[in-house]
Design a protein around this ligand. Structure first.
Ligand code: PLP
Length: 357
């Protein structure tokens, strides 16, 4: 061991899905949107004046924050923008989870939560989902240093009702409750409706999935002005200029095109429901996903085997070698053509396998 090793902050990092770049691959492994962002986004980039880049961006991303406040009918003081919701969530962990008591989150959830808790030395406890992978609100009625869960959850896709989210808030008025709504535009009810009654609620959303801007890195949080104030204090103690000028412009352009947004969501949800039925016909169990992915398991073919076979065929899906979910695949909803190619492969694979070929 080197003498300086003892002073290193060692941590086990989050492992993002692969980003392979092959000419004819079908990429359904990181919940990216298969459709391009709103046309105004490209326009905002073509017309962007590169000369402005000599200046720092607005540290508050004011244009985007005002546009978000208008879109979600809240005050600008209630909105915080960051470099993807991962940045927003990391800042929120640092700001709001500052207790000796454990932060609670589901055992099956976005695996980054555990990584942030670990790197920031925040004690945490994982709360098991029930056997149908659903959150039980009574499990969160105990002493804790804060709560976070995604709704819809990832990687299960299950959405919980607003009533359940409110139950958790009611039982936890003395800690901050963060609802990660990365997938809310694809289904489920947003906790934004509860903001007026709960000043300890923080809702986090992203442009990465429903607005097709994963590559631009834009996320935001909406909460009481007080919470957003504390979040800003930590952000400005860390890095003031987070969102770049092009990201602010692109985000504003995406946000104004409501009809394109609705149309894209509609296409993905329609494909999701059709593909859900096709997976059932193939014998898979698929849950009631309300997100832009399906979480499926087959009664006799191991998920790992299917994952490898699909990959061999240049179709990338996500497999998690983790307790309770190691026989599931998380499959992003792509275009109809992509999903048909996936289904075609699976039909063929399963029938050959069943025939012992
Ligand atoms: C994708 C995702 C995020 C992060 O998205 P960003 O690209 O950083 O905005 C956060 N939470 C969950 C549950 C996600 O699936």
């Amino acid at each position: 061991m080197k003498p300086w090793e003892a002073n290193i902050r060692k941590t086990v990092p989050y492992v993002p899905g692969e980003q392979p770049d092959k000419p004819r691959m079908i990429k359904l492994n990181t919940n990216e949107n298969p459709y391009p962002p709103a046309p105004g986004v490209a326009e905002s980039l073509y017309t962007f004046d590169a000369g402005n880049l000599r200046k720092y961006p607005d540290p508050a991303a004011g244009g985007l924050v005002r546009a978000l406040a208008k879109r979600y009918r809240v005050k600008t003081e209630q909105v915080f923008a960051g470099v993807g919701s991962d940045d927003v969530l990391a800042m929120a962990f640092l700001t709001f989870f500052n207790s000796e008591k454990p932060v609670l989150f589901p055992d099956i959830t976005y695996s980054f939560y555990e990584v942030w808790a670990d790197v920031f030395r925040i004690p945490f406890e994982k709360v098991p989902l029930d056997e149908r992978f659903r959150i039980r609100s009574r499990d969160y009625a105990r002493e804790n240093g804060g709560i976070i869960f995604p709704n819809p959850n990832a990687p299960t896709g299950e959405a919980e009702s607003l009533a359940l989210v409110e139950d958790i808030l009611k039982q936890n008025r003395d800690v901050i409750v963060i609802v990660d709504e990365a997938y809310i535009d694809f289904g489920g009810q947003s906790a934004l409706a509860l903001l007026q009654d709960y000043d300890n609620l923080l809702v986090v959303q992203t442009f990465s999935k429903s607005r097709s801007l994963a590559g631009m890195r834009i996320g935001y949080a909406i909460g009481s002005a007080e919470l957003i104030g504390y979040l800003n204090d930590v952000k400005y103690s860390f890095n003031s200029y987070t969102l770049s000028q092009p990201a602010i412009a692109a985000g504003m352009a995406a946000l104004v095109d409501e009809s394109y947004f609705k149309e894209t969501i509609h296409k993905i949800v329609t494909t999701r429901e059709r593909v859900k039925g096709e997976f059932q016909k193939l014998g898979f169990a698929s849950g009631t996903s309300q997100s832009n992915f399906l979480f499926v398991t087959h009664p006799h073919i191991p998920a790992k085997e299917l994952f490898e076979a699909l990959k061999e065929h240049n179709i990338y899906v996500r497999y998690f070698d983790k307790p309770r979910i190691d026989n599931y695949l998380r499959i992003t909803i792509g275009t109809d053509e992509e999903m048909d190619a996936l289904l075609y492969f699976l039909r063929d694979y399963i029938s050959r396998r069943d025939a012992g070929m």
